[in-house]
Design a protein around this ligand. Structure first.
Ligand SMILES: Nc1ncnc2c1ncn2[C@@H]1O[C@H](COP(=O)(O)OP(=O)(O)O)[C@@H](O)[C@H]1O
Ligand SMILES: [Mg+2]
Ligand SMILES: [Zn+2]
Length: 299
């Protein structure tokens, strides 16, 4: 210790006491946390960066040893997982209007006819059970077939909400696609140098869970039937779950895909769930318009 400092400390016993206290506490606990915790960390441990900077005072005299380093905050893995889920939601193809739709918020009271409310409740329960038992359904390659003849009864919404839940709960890999888009994506590859049909078909064959929206909206050519068969046969053979929405029953698919091979496969792949024959779109449009009427014309 320098001469001046020593003299100063001797003449100031309180300063000496403080310096000794600091030395003792650093020796018993030489780790100092440099990061100031903030609300940006969900656990309030780091500053939101996912890392905590620490200084190890016991190493301060060692040469070529870093006495400051960062360690992972417990929120780091949580944040990484959240980013992975956000990315999966983003890439899934779930329609934007249903990106926040949950199974819980599927409102069965919107259907006006009592019988339809009951049908909706059964469908909702099946959706809840599917989500809860997804590991088993996945293992057996069993999906769902949401059917109602009427448009706007909630088929796409319910399928979307199932997809949202599976990504959030199981980090499932999902491709949500309208059946017409599936076909056109394959067709688009013809004559293209960058992509080929087999690659596109392979992505739909191999994705963990495929959701085909509006299956059989219109009659199919045998070529289109072939593409669908190609995808479905692979998924059936490999026990991979698929969810369909359609305004044709599984049995009725035979009229649209006359080869008879598509409906037989789908029959094995998915449990048929009836949706109410009632459109909620009208109710929704009425409420929405009422809101805008208020804006335009006042109460
Ligand atoms: N049970 C429900 N709860 C809340 N909104 C619903 C429900 N069913 C349908 N909707 C709304 O009605 C509209 C039509 O639903 P959609 O799923 O597109 O019908 P579908 O696929 O049967 O033609 C959507 O805007 C959706 O938000
Ligand atoms: Mg739909
Ligand atoms: Zn943190």
């Amino acid at each position: 210790m320098g001469q001046v400092l020593q003299e100063m400390m001797q003449s100031n016993p309180r300063l000496m006491q403080r310096m000794n206290d600091v030395r003792d506490s650093l020796e018993s606990n030489p780790i100092e946390i440099l990061t100031v915790p903030s609300d940006k960390c969900p656990l309030r441990k780091c500053d939101g960066s996912g890392f905590i900077w620490i200084k190890d005072w016991s190493k301060r005299h060692e040469k070529n040893v870093m006495d400051e380093c960062k360690k992972e905050c417990d929120c780091y893995q949580q944040q990484r997982k959240q980013r992975e889920i956000d990315k999966k939601l983003d890439l899934s193809g779930i329609p934007l209007i249903f990106s926040k739709a949950t199974v819980q918020s599927f409102d069965t009271s919107l259907y006006k006819v009592t019988e339809n409310r009951k049908i909706a409740e059964i469908a909702k329960k099946a959706a809840v059970n599917f989500v809860e038992n997804y590991p088993i359904m996945k293992e057996h390659g069993k999906g769902l077939y949401l059917y109602s003849q009427v448009k706007g009864s909630g088929k796409t919404r319910l399928a979307s909400s199932i997809a949202n839940a599976l990504i959030k709960l199981y980090a499932a890999d999902i491709a949500f696609i309208k059946s017409a888009d599936l076909i056109s994506q394959v067709k688009k590859t013809f004559g293209s140098k960058e992509t080929n049909a087999a690659d596109v078909v392979a992505t739909f064959r191999k994705v963990e869970l495929l959701i085909v929206d509006d299956l059989a909206l219109k009659g199919a050519t045998s070529f289109e039937e072939g593409i669908l068969y190609d995808v479905m046969d692979y998924r059936l053979e490999n026990k991979m779950p698929t969810i369909f929405t359609s305004n044709v029953t599984i049995e009725g698919l035979e009229n649209i895909y006359p080869g008879g091979r598509v409906n037989k496969r789908i029959n094995k792949m998915a449990m048929e769930i009836y949706m109410p024959e009632e459109s909620i779109r009208d109710v929704e449009a009425d409420t929405e318009n009422a809101e805008f009427e208020k804006i335009l014309f006042g109460e």
